[in-house]
Design a protein around this ligand. Structure first.
Ligand code: CUA
Length: 335
């Protein structure tokens, strides 16, 4: 082969590869990195992208060079010379992709194994998905339950994921991983947050009408701030005074996003106004306490008109928290 074509191929390949690389590197395709696992996943991503850019450059170089160099004259209708296979070429174009794909597989396997390896002093959190809310339970003595995921930075966190109804999928883009929640089985996800901040928690499996609004937040805080928060929540939810414990349970669960309750400063209008609970209980013909308890545990037993059926999710609160919430709602709604 003469030198000319090699230089031409190299030149075109370098320009094409350079443009592709610039597009990959200088456009912000990925959200900021907020977990150690995400950092490793990005290594796989960039490894694969580099291979793609290299192949793209080679293909563009050969293609453009051939188009320019071997262009047929306008009046040339003759066929090209026949080719009867080329064993050497076939071996090469089988072997190179095999090596590349296998190497991506090996790098991925190493990253997956390292991402699954738990660190020391693991924080375990139970995650429950249901149409269309997330709830997070910290399995300490108080079983603090919240609608917002709070995590300490630089600590191994193991999420135990459950679903109450259909398949949902837990995704925080900045953490770089997705995991389905599947009814009847427990799935797990390991996260080591490495950046303070607030990130979206998104359901990424079509799960029904409210799928697009099945979102909440993950807040990564310092270990000290997290400890303070968990301690204050534990103290509040276990307080013998229902106006403290009930208020904490109300606030930690997503009640206020759908219901109005003046005492809690909640102004939701999706569901019935909880300041009118005594009136609703009368209409339903049930004692107030029983009515409230039933409405939380079995929301479809009685549905206040004109609100639609099958909208309110059921919440399996620990008994102490349920009692506190019922007492709190009685107190608040009586004014
Ligand atoms: Cu839950 Cu989509």
């Amino acid at each position: 082969m003469r030198r000319g074509p090699i230089f031409a191929l190299l030149g075109i390949g370098t320009v094409a590869g350079g443009i592709a690389a610039a597009v990959a590197i200088f456009l912000p395709w990925l959200p900021p990195e907020a977990s150690t696992e995400r950092g490793r996943i990005d290594v796989v991503f960039w490894f694969t992208v580099s291979i793609c850019i290299l192949i793209f450059a080679i293909v563009v170089a050969v293609l453009l060079y051939s188009v320019l160099r071997f262009r047929a004259a306008p009046d040339d209708d003759s066929d090209g010379p026949p080719i009867h296979g080329h064993t050497g070429l076939e071996i090469v174009w089988t072997l190179i992709p095999t090596v590349l794909v296998t190497s991506i597989g090996i790098v991925s396997a190493i990253v997956l194994a390292r991402d699954d390896a738990l660190g020391k002093n693991v924080l375990e959190v139970n995650v429950t998905a249901q149409q269309f809310v997330w709830s997070f339970e910290y399995p300490n003595d108080a079983k603090v339950t919240t609608g917002t995921l709070r995590l300490p930075v630089h600590r191994s966190v193991l999420l135990h994921l459950h679903s109450k109804d259909v398949i949902h999928s837990f995704w925080v883009p900045e953490f770089g991983q997705k995991e389905d929640t599947v009814p009847g089985i427990e799935t797990t996800l390991h996260i080591t947050p490495n950046r303070l901040g607030t990130y979206p928690v998104i359901c990424t499996e079509l799960c029904g009408l409210g799928h697009s609004v099945m979102r909440t937040e993950a807040i990564v805080m310092t270990q000290a701030a997290f400890d303070r928060w968990l301690k204050s929540q534990t103290k509040a939810t276990t307080s013998p005074n229902p106006s403290v414990s009930g208020a904490a349970v109300f606030k930690n669960n997503p009640c206020g996003s759908c219901h109005t309750l003046k005492a809690a400063g909640a102004t939701g209008t999706v569901g019935p106004d909880l300041d009118k609970l005594p009136q609703y209980a009368q209409t339903a013909g049930k004692p107030l306490a029983d009515f409230i308890r039933e409405s939380i545990q079995d929301p479809n037993a009685y549905v206040q008109k004109p609100y639609p059926k099958n909208v309110m999710p059921t919440f399996n609160l620990p008994k102490q928290q349920l009692d506190a919430l019922v007492q709190y709602l009685i107190q608040s709604s009586k004014g």
